[in-house]
Design a binder for this molecule. Structure first.
Ligand code: NAD
Length: 402
């Protein structure tokens, strides 16, 4: 039996990770620590509190005294650090809180864990830790920077890597890629936005703790996640929400920015594999094999919503009346409105997860077409959650942005 400290567990990926782990029916315990910023929502995990394996603490990862208390009162085996300020646009407006939470918060968590986990020193003076302890830092492909400066045009699949070719053969449709270059774990870190820079700072610190103190760490770097419980300021949930309300769909620049999209449950599975089998000190890329331009993601979301909410005579299905607040004929590409591009917008991210596939058997099982349908259905069936999370600070923030 293990005890996990899941920081940021009331946010999008952290909450999905908690639900994923609970479904495994193990006796492990989960302590969720979350500051409940605008992005954290207790409603997301309220059902999980009914499970005696879960407990919740409202608090800040930068609060050293609180973290000390948690480690004193619980024998934590694994820290999974999801807690972060995570929205690039917000980091452009106000970088300070990103540096504080994402870098200093990570350092405080590691410092306290190091102190509680170390039991001796080896003959060279490095700390020796209790068995089975691990700190997992959840990071992002954005730490690698952009694969190109110009927005690339779509090409047929041209994956040069043999391992990727072999695993892609299992898929019904081979995804297109937008270039032959991919981020591997060896790619130098080269962040461009304040958000990416803060995540990079944390990654470097984690590496420094491994080198300097032999602290037991792994870093995972994943591509853009999508799925249930995603806060509607990020592209896919924002687009779903606006379509249902008949509002315009803001797309940055010409929408040709390329991202790799990963269904959140596949990401959680990858994280779990790294916790269980990742070699200490290593970084692991977790990708979705699904590169696409932002504009095509928006168009696919429009098409899928239309398909899901209509019945054969192009009428809204009974169960979605009241949820779809516009005329069905108005759900079309005319909703798209191009807005000024994000400052310093990275052109293309693409992950090569071969190392994680080879070493740990990771595979992103959910093709985008399946994942986007599951996601949209979830949002259609969980409007109460959406209304709940947008009723707070987010509403004001959104008004100022668009
Ligand atoms: P999110 O914004 O949905 O959730 C972050 C959570 O952290 C929220 O619940 C928030 O309340 C909490 N939090 C913020 N500051 C805190 C603090 N000081 N102390 C304690 N809790 C705090 O983010 P997410 O999308 O779930 O991302 C989780 C992690 O995954 C982040 O580290 C992010 O950088 C990384 N990541 C996300 C994506 C993505 O596509 N969403 C992609 C790659 C990496």
């Amino acid at each position: 039996m293990k005890t996990y400290l899941v920081t940021g567990g009331a946010g999008f990926i952290g909450a999905n990770f908690l639900k994923y782990k609970l479904k495994q029916n193990r006796e492990d315990k989960y302590i969720v620590l979350d500051k409940l910023t605008y992005a954290g929502n207790l409603g997301t995990i309220k059902e999980d509190f009914k499970d005696s394996r879960v407990s919740f603490i409202k608090g800040d990862i930068c609060n050293k005294e609180l973290i000390e208390n948690i480690f004193m009162n619980h024998d934590i085996d694994t820290v999974v650090n999801f807690a972060a300020e995570s929205h690039v646009d917000r980091s452009i407006e106000d970088p300070g809180i990103f540096l504080k939470t994402n870098i200093l918060g990570t350092q405080i968590l590691m410092d306290v864990a190091k102190q509680h986990w170390s039991i001796a020193k080896d003959d060279k003076g490095y700390p020796v830790y209790k068995d089975g302890k691990k700190f997992l830092q959840v990071s992002t492909d954005e730490v690698y920077g952009s694969l190109c400066r110009e927005y690339p045009e779509g090409k047929e699949l041209a994956v040069t890597n043999d391992q990727m070719k072999r695993i892609l053969k299992d898929r019904e449709s081979i995804p297109k890629v937008f270039g032959n270059e991919f981020f591997t774990e060896e790619t130098p870190l080269d962040p461009r936005s304040p958000y990416a820079t803060s995540k990079t700072g944390a990654d470097m610190l984690v590496r420094a703790y491994d080198e300097t103190y032999h602290f037991p760490v792994n870093v995972t770097r994943c591509s853009n996640n999508y799925g249930p419980y995603h806060f509607p300021e990020k592209l896919i949930p924002l687009i779903i929400k606006n379509i249902l309300e008949g509002k315009k769909l803001p797309v940055y620049g010409d929408g040709k920015q390329v991202r790799d999209w990963l269904y959140v449950e596949d990401h959680c599975k990858g994280i779990d594999m790294v916790i269980d089998g990742g070699r200490l000190g290593e970084a692991y890329n977790i990708g979705g094999f699904n590169e696409e331009t932002n504009i095509n993601i928006v168009k696919m979301t429009i098409d899928t919503i239309k398909k899901l909410v209509t019945c054969d005579k192009e009428k809204i299905k009974d169960e979605y009346k009241g949820i779809v607040k516009c005329n069905i004929e108005d759900i079309n590409y005319d909703l798209i409105t191009y807005v000024q591009d994000r400052l310093g917008h990275d052109a293309r991210y693409a992950i090569d997860p071969t190392k994680t596939v080879k070493e740990l058997g990771f595979y992103p099982e959910t093709p985008f077409i399946v994942g986007i349908e599951k996601t949209i259905k979830w949002y259609l069936d969980n409007q109460e959650w959406v209304n709940d999370v947008v009723s707070g600070d987010y509403a004001k923030y959104y008004e100022n942005m668009y």
